[in-house]
Design a protein around this ligand. Structure first.
Ligand code: BYC
Length: 469
């Protein structure tokens, strides 16, 4: 179904034929806009931004480009097309028809999952609120805003589900999604990573590389859900998500490229000289990777989780790309897990968070291989790595243990003494912050980052992607 843009809330769910739902969402809409005004990108409301907007959910219409002022962006409700006769693809009810309504017995679990997903979307916009003032180029500024408006739309996607399928509880949860705030002492966001400040662009690239990739995995696991409206919503969200990870991967790649140029120019790999020249030395980049990767690993939950087991067995949350597996019930299998107490044989159902975390880590390797190839080609020995999944964990069996990024247990005092060898110290952060000087001349880049290989939608790199008012 094409998206109807003449309505107050653009949608492809035939909202006009459900007056009660339409009214409820139209009541929430001004609250969302007020939140955007107060907590969204600071100060750029009058700028014309070259944004893509979905005009339909198919390949032709999902990316239509044009200059838009962000408050006028048409946030709406877009579900991927329904697959006729879709069946539940995993768990104890595998093969039964997918649910078009919420099964009563799974109501509170589904609501908790949808709320947790929904909470991350506005949280990320809040985290990135001030970055526009420090942008390394207009190209990057536009990408930031594209991500921000789409995270806003992903909030709409979850709020639609809450309003349409969870009655009064759902409407209350939708209000709460605008009331919690990233980093707020009294009402923080639900998941820890979404309360971490993102105050520089190196953090933004790491966040979009690692944390948005968790988003990809979580959305893929919901795309498998037996609750069909959730599956369809997440399938369309995934189309948009790819660009966010692209910003992360190419962003870090451009930082590496620029650093290698500076190293060549200066004929040194001495971090102090590279910093003095206004670029990010590779060991510093490694610390940022360690920080955001380890934080994002927590987002998969505990290695051994009865929540994960129940969600899978009940057909609510599958594994990403469930069809690639042979066994979709997992009642008779187990997995050996390394825990601080030694190897442990765990029913596979209870180990699904870990299964997902491991496939996520494999996906994370792809960018590292690419960046390391560039470093190798430039003739340097240094290699970027992913930290061990036991490092700096705040969730699961390794929580709080003094483990280094190589995965080895250390004496507590050594761990504490050396932590700033592995994650950014206050001085590192201050240095990175000092690099963040706003560059807004079309085609110009900040000195710490190389230009992208190409512009957006086949436009040149020096196109005026954001026309500042
Ligand atoms: N921080 O059995 P456990 C994205 C809680 S990113 C704080 O270990 P479970 C995006 C957990 O809630 C994707 N608390 O784990 C990216 C539970 O509390 P309750 C977001 C945490 O339940 C960038 C308790 O610990 N989507 O889209 O199997 C920009 C024990 O739970 C954390 C989702 O996360 C944490 N890190 O799995 C924008 C999908 N981890 O309920 C957007 C929805 C765990 O006992 N969420 N806890 O009070 C879920 O599927 C699950 O809730 C989790 C946890 C995977 C997060």
């Amino acid at each position: 179904m094409a998206i109807n843009y003449s309505e107050k809330i653009p949608n492809n769910v035939d909202l006009a034929h459900d007056r009660t739902l339409q009214r409820a969402l139209e009541h929430w809409q001004p609250h969302f806009l007020q939140w955007w005004h107060e907590m969204g990108p600071s100060d750029f409301e009058r700028a014309d931004v070259y944004l893509r907007t979905a005009t339909s959910v198919d390949a032709k219409g999902w990316a239509t480009y044009g200059a838009v002022k962000m408050p006028d962006y048409r946030w709406g409700i877009f579900l991927a097309d329904q697959q006729p006769d879709r069946k539940i693809g995993f768990g104890d009810q595998m093969g039964q028809p997918a649910w078009q309504q919420v099964p009563g017995e799974h109501r509170s679990t589904l609501r908790r999952l949808i709320v947790t997903q929904g909470d991350t979307e506005p949280a990320s916009v809040e985290q990135q609120r001030m970055l526009g003032h420090l942008c390394p180029s207009l190209y990057d500024l536009r990408n930031l805003f594209q991500i921000n408006v789409e995270e806003g739309r992903h909030l709409w996607a979850m709020v639609y589900l809450l309003h349409a399928y969870f009655g009064r509880d759902g409407r209350e949860e939708a209000e709460e999604l605008l009331a919690r705030h990233s980093g707020d002492a009294d009402k923080p966001r639900i998941l820890t990573t979404f309360n971490e400040p993102i105050s520089d662009w190196l953090s933004l690239y790491c966040f979009t590389y690692f944390t948005d990739r968790d988003g990809k995995y979580q959305l893929k696991s919901f795309a498998e859900s037996g609750f069909d409206p959730l599956s369809r919503t997440c399938r369309f969200m995934l189309t948009e998500e790819a660009h966010h990870m692209f910003v992360g991967e190419t962003g870090i790649g451009r930082v590496v490229k620029r650093t290698l140029e500076v190293m060549k120019e200066l004929g040194t790999d001495d971090p102090a000289r590279i910093r003095a020249h206004g670029a990010v030395d590779l060991p510093l980049l490694q610390k940022y990777l360690n920080f955001w990767c380890s934080s994002s690993l927590d987002l998969f939950g505990s290695e051994i989780s009865s929540n994960a087991a129940a969600s899978f067995a009940n057909g609510l949350k599958g594994r990403p790309d469930e069809s690639q597996y042979e066994d979709h019930v997992l009642r008779d299998v187990s997995l050996k897990l390394d825990t601080p107490e030694g190897a442990q044989e765990v029913p596979m159902l209870n180990a699904l968070n870990e299964v997902m975390r491991e496939s996520y880590l494999k996906d994370c390797e792809i960018g590292l291989k690419r960046w390391n190839r560039a470093i190798e080609r430039a003739g340097h020995e240094f290699r970027l790595t992913l930290p061990s999944s036991r490092f700096r964990r705040a969730i699961g069996s390794w929580v709080g243990l003094p483990v280094g990024p190589d995965g080895k247990l250390l004496p507590k005092d050594e761990y504490e003494r050396r932590l700033y060898e592995w994650v950014p110290s206050p001085e590192d952060k201050a240095f990175v912050k000092s690099l963040m000087q706003k560059v807004v001349e079309p085609g110009k880049m900040a000195a710490w980052i190389a230009p992208p290989d190409r512009g957006i939608n086949n436009l040149p790199i020096d196109y005026e992607y954001v026309h500042l008012a």
